[in-house]
Write a protein that binds this ligand. Structure first.
Ligand code: HEC
Length: 157
């Protein structure tokens, strides 16, 4: 019984608090000059409806690409090491062991795709492509590793 009563008290305190909040929100919206920007949901919170793919791609577009399509904040030396460890076995040290024909005509290689089409490169590296037997690295490497690899890939021929 005691428990029920304190729960009820808790609820009415919450309700009163809610009314206070409601009233102050109302008061605030009166002064148009003080309009606040709409609250954005925290990344990963229930209100955040971006898919993992969308979030990774948005990060690239809004944070990682400069106006010339170059990756910002990449450690190229580290990227080279990581590329050699993870990508070289298939793509070769110059990214030219095999081309991406028949997907692109004329044939395309890692370096050129990274420079000219970073969004495709970024997507393929993060999420892979089962149909084309390219592995997904989003759960294999840290974000900074992927940034470093992407930066290094842009220096390949
Ligand atoms: C087990 C072999 C293998 C490894 C390891 C590998 N790849 Fe691939 N990758 C492939 C294959 C196969 C394709 C598809 C080739 C095709 O479609 O012609 C591919 C395609 C890609 C593409 C798509 C290019 C485009 O523009 O469509 C990118 C980008 C890529 N790989 C980047 C990487 C990076 C970066 C790494 C290292 C983190 C890596 N790959 C490691 C086999 C591999």
């Amino acid at each position: 019984m005691k428990l029920v009563r304190s729960a009820l008290a808790g609820i009415s305190i919450l309700a009163a608090y809610g009314m206070l909040l409601g009233v102050s929100a109302f008061a605030e919206s009166d002064s148009a000059a003080e309009q606040k920007p709409a609250l954005q949901p925290e990344p990963g919170s229930p209100g955040d409806t971006l898919t993992r793919e969308d979030a990774r791609m948005a990060l690239l577009v809004y944070k990682l690409l400069d106006k010339d399509g170059k990756i910002k904040g990449a450690n190229i030396t580290r990227g080279k090491e990581l590329f050699y460890q993870n990508c070289r076995p298939c793509h070769g040290s110059d990214g030219k062991r095999f081309n991406f024909a028949p997907y692109y005509e004329p044939p395309a290689f890692i370096g050129q795709r990274a420079r000219e089409e970073m969004p495709t490169f970024w997507y393929q590296m993060n999420f892979g492509d089962k149909e084309r037997s390219m592995a997904a690295y989003i759960d294999e490497l840290e974000l900074q590793d992927l940034i470093d690899i992407a930066g290094f890939a842009q220096t390949l021929p």
